[in-house]
Each structure stands twice: as structure tokens, then as C-alpha cells.
Design a protein around this ligand. Structure first.
Ligand code: ACM
Ligand code: ZN
Length: 490
């Protein structure tokens, strides 16, 4: 980090540029900008000179030019009626190509305007992947041609857990802890999806759509019970009403169930132009498969030894299916267990264990098997975990992920130097069981997303937490002025 402060008060850029030299002087904000294409500047990187002679932006690509503009927005200051930029020299480029934010639109639905606001804020912080969790046990949020029941049944549930309760399915308290209020139908149409894709592209953000399989599919099964091992369990045609992990999953012995997922993913490939599609793969209980005659016939037919290999079989199937459509596949880390092609990307979330009893694979084990990884450990990146504020009116799923903890993430921790090229970056995850609306979502996202954005942008060049906190205190004022419900720093 090369920060020299000459004259003006220290700036509050978030993320901090890789190299920043503050100079004396300032120029009016309407000074024309000279743009140059300079080959050799890294992808998404830029050089920005604000000098009394003029403003120059150099980059090798359009994303770099865009990010120079985002830096200028944060540099802009007001003096009386006049806007100006302080003179600086900046040389900047990201440490990681995957700088993500995940939005769970299933447990609670946020809708187009909130998603657009998230995309705007992501762009301001040079975040470039929105992982959109669109299907779950508790809700299916995308209209798929040819499957009208998906939104008729899967996008509406008859009740949800009340604030402050944690009912579990089948428990005595369950009925009393449900709110009895219909939730939905809430879903995105094709026009909505295309609008969001275009809105994101204008901000150099790629949408990574997630269609969960073979677990976390109960809302789809409520629409098409015949795709479950035990269709009788789905006769009320209602998605799962409580949070937690559903045991009824996709029947992998049923060719029609697999064909259904192929049709869904084929459509998703056509709507989302990004390179990567997420197929979930986390927390898939195997209990139904163990007693399902069709699934057991499948295990015999393909000559595998157990249900973990059955999940690896379906993962291989969809990696091949999606790669044939020009996509790369990403999934939660459990889906890498077993014989899965090295081309599959993993999203490392479990940080030490968990995941419906599946053996834990360390990020090091995954990269040694040749997988690229996106680091999203729950210990640092789960923003539905408590943030440890002195006062906090919102409810969390549990855990503790403070601002300082977010900032302490090293995506390459434990990875041998020669394998670090497999670490694509990281992502903040916003699970929404206990997040009801935009105010709640923003409180949990900000400022922790700022800390992680800086980690993903600067990698091991990040300054210390005290430096971040100083800039963040100022930057928080910017967010509040932009009507973002940003939480305090402590
Ligand atoms: C996850 O949190 N189940 C990926
Ligand atoms: Zn089955």
C-alpha cells in the first residue's frame, strides 16, 4: 500500500485503491475526462490521474474504465456550491476476479427494485458477481415455460415462522409458531429476469443464477410431487413452511425428474448469458434415496457403492449438460465429494464441518483435486450471522460475524502458493430466513459487505483494520445519504 497524504484531509475510499498518492490541489468536478486504452493494464484495472492539467483515465477494458468512474464518485467533494475532485494519482486492479454477493430471494422475497439497489451498491464497491438463489424448499421464484405449477404452488406458501421463533417440522410447537399468513405468490417473470440481467451488465456485474439440486427442492416438489421419492409426502402441495433442511429431495431414480431439471437449466442457460450456473448441491439428506426402490435401482444400474456416489453421479450429469451449453458449473462444497470433474467450481462455505452429515472437504483438498474455488466461509462471509452490535433491533440466524472478522478474511489461507491460482475470490452470503425486507437486508449487508469488498479487491495488500474503520466511518455517511440502512460499525 502506497498512501501519501499531502495537504488535504485523508480520503475515504472503499475499497481502498491498490496504489494511491494524494497530491495538493483540486479540480472542478466538471473537468473533462480524457480516456485512454493502455494494453498491459490488468483486467478491470485502471490508472486515474486527477491533476490541475486535467483528468486522465487509462484502462485496457471497459470494466476498468467503469471502476475509475466509481472511484471518481467517491473522490467527489463539495465546497459551498462547488463540486471538486482532489488531485490524486491512482493505480488500481483487483486481487480476485470473483467478488460476489449472494441474495436468497426464496425464504423471503425482495423483488426487482431491491435487487437493482443491491446491484447499484455492488457496483459502487467494485463487486462483480451476483449469485442469485432462486429456488429453495420454502419457495420457487422463477417462472419456467412449460411448468406452470411451479409458480402456482411453489411460489406461495400458506404460512411462515413468526418473528422470533424457530419451529421445526413436526414439532408440537410448530403450528403455534407459524404465522398463518399466506406468503406470495412471489416470483420473477422472464421479462423481470431479462431486465435484471441487463441492469447488472450495465454495471459490469454478471448474474450467477442458482437452481438447487438434488436437495433444497421441496417447493418444486410441492408443484410436481411425482418428482419426489415419496409423492405422498407432498399431498398438501405447500412448500416447506419452516426453515431448516428438508428430507424430501429429487428422486434420482426417476428419469422424468431429471428431465425436468434439464428443462429448467436449459431455460436458465438461455436467459442468463453469464459463464457460470450454480446448481446448489449443499445439505442434501440421503434418507429418502436409501429406501426408494427407483433410487436403489439407479445405484445398482450405474454400479456405485452408496448415496454419496449417487449425488456425484447427478453432479457429473449436470456438469456435462451445462458444459455442452457453454457454461461452467459452480456448487456448494459438498457437491465436490466423490468423482466430480475438476472443471466444477466449488463454493467453500462449511469452514470446518456441517452440511447434513457430509464429510467436510477443506479448501486445500478441493484445490488439490483441481477445482477452482470461491471462498465464502460462514465464519467470515455469512451476513445472516449476528454482527455483534451494541444495539441491534434485527433477528439473526445465530453465530457471530463482526465487521472486524469479515475484514480478517484471507481467501487464500491454508492454500499452498502454487495452488492459489485456483482461488477465484470470495462472496458475501445473505441467507434470508430471518431477513424480511430491504431495511433488514441492508442493515445486515452494510458495512460488512464493504469490508469483504475490500478484501476481495485488495487481497493481501489490504491495510490494517484501523485504517479500514477510519475510512468506513466516513463512507458510512455516504451510504446513509444514499438512503442505505447501513448499521453502525460497532
Ligand atoms: C449453505 O449455507 N447451506 C450453503
Ligand atoms: Zn427416489
Amino acid at each position: 500500500m502506497n498512501t501519501v497524504v499531502i495537504g488535504l484531509a485523508a480520503l475515504a475510499l472503499v475499497p481502498q485503491p491498490e496504489k494511491l498518492v494524494e497530491k495538493t490541489g483540486k479540480v472542478p468536478a466538471n473537468t473533462p475526462i480524457r480516456y485512454e486504452t493502455v494494453l498491459g493494464i490488468p483486467p478491470e484495472g485502471y490508472r486515474l490521474t486527477v491533476a490541475e492539467g486535467g483528468i486522465t483515465v487509462a484502462s485496457s477494458d471497459a470494466a476498468g474504465k467503469f471502476y475509475a468512474g466509481k472511484t471518481l464518485e467517491q473522490l467527489r467533494q463539495k465546497e459551498g456550491k462547488n463540486n471538486f475532485y482532489p488531485c490524486v494519482e491512482i493505480e488500481d486492479a483487483p486481487a480476485y476476479p470473483w467478488r460476489g454477493v449472494h441474495i436468497d430471494d426464496c425464504r423471503h422475497f425482495f423483488g426487482k427494485e431491491t435487487v437493482k439497489k443491491v446491484l447499484d451498491l455492488m457496483a459502487q464497491h467494485k463487486l462483480n458477481r451476483m449469485h442469485w438463489h432462486l429456488t429453495e424448499d420454502q419457495g420457487w421464484r422463477v417462472d419456467i415455460p412449460g411448468y406452470p405449477e411451479l409458480v402456482k404452488y411453489g411460489a406461495v406458501r400458506s404460512a411462515s415462522p413468526r418473528h422470533g421463533t424457530h419451529p421445526s417440522k413436526g414439532s408440537k410447537e410448530c403450528a403455534a409458531d407459524l404465522d398463518g399468513t399466506k406468503y406470495g405468490p412471489y416470483y420473477y417473470t422472464e421479462a423481470d429476469l431479462k431486465e435484471i440481467v441487463a441492469y447488472a451488465a450495465d454495471r459490469f456485474i454478471t448474474i450467477v443464477p442458482e437452481i438447487e439440486l438434488p436437495g433444497h427442492v421441496y417447493a418444486a416438489l410441492s408443484a410436481y410431487p411425482e418428482f419426489a421419492c415419496n409423492p405422498g409426502n407432498l399431498k398438501d402441495r405447500d412448500p416447506r413452511l419452516v426453515w431448516g433442511i428438508e428430507k424430501d429431495v429429487l428422486c434420482l431414480g426417476n428419469d422424468q425428474a431429471i428431465k425436468f431439471m434439464e428443462n429448467v437449466l436449459d431455460y436458465i442457460c438461455r436467459i442468463f448469458p453469464g459463464e457460470v450456473v450454480h446448481i446448489g448441491g449443499d445439505e442434501c439428506p440421503q434418507v429418502r434415496w436409501k429406501t426408494c426402490p427407483k433410487c436403489q435401482a439407479r445405484v445398482k444400474e450405474i454400479g456405485i457403492k452408496d448415496e454419496t456416489e449417487l449425488q456425484a453421479w447427478i453432479t457429473r450429469h449436470f456438469v456435462k449438460f451445462l458444459e455442452a451449453r457453454g457454461k461452467r458449473v459452480v456448487g456448494w462444497d459438498e457437491y465436490l465429494l466423490g468423482d466430480v470433474p475438476a472443471s466444477a467450481i466449488g463454493m467453500s462455505w462449511r469452514a470446518g464441518g456441517g452440511g447434513a452429515g457430509h464429510r467436510f472437504m477443506t479448501p486445500e483438498e478441493c484445490v488439490k483435486n483441481g477445482h477452482d474455488m470461491v471462498m465464502t466461509p460462514r465464519t467470515h462471509c455469512y451476513l445472516d450471522y449476528n454482527q455483534g452490535l451494541k444495539e441491534d433491533p434485527f433477528q439473526y440466524i445465530g453465530g457471530l460475524v463482526t465487521l472486524e472478522k469479515c475484514y480478517s478474511l484471507d481467501p487464500c489461507a491454508g492454500i499452498p502458493a502454487e495452488l492459489r491460482k485456483h482461488i477465484l475470490g470470495g462472496q458475501c452470503n445473505n441467507w434470508s430466513e430471518y431477513t424480511w425486507n430491504v431495511y433488514d437486508l441492508e442493515w445486515k449487508m452494510w458495512p460488512r459487505t464493504c469490508a469483504l469488498a475490500e478484501v476481495f479487491w485488495l487481497g493481501d495488500k489490504k491495510p490494517d483494520f484501523a485504517d479500514f474503520k477510519r475510512r468506513m466511518a466516513e463512507h458510512r455517511r455516504r451510504l446513509i445519504a444514499a438512503k442505505v440502512n447501513c448499521a453502525p460499525l460497532e
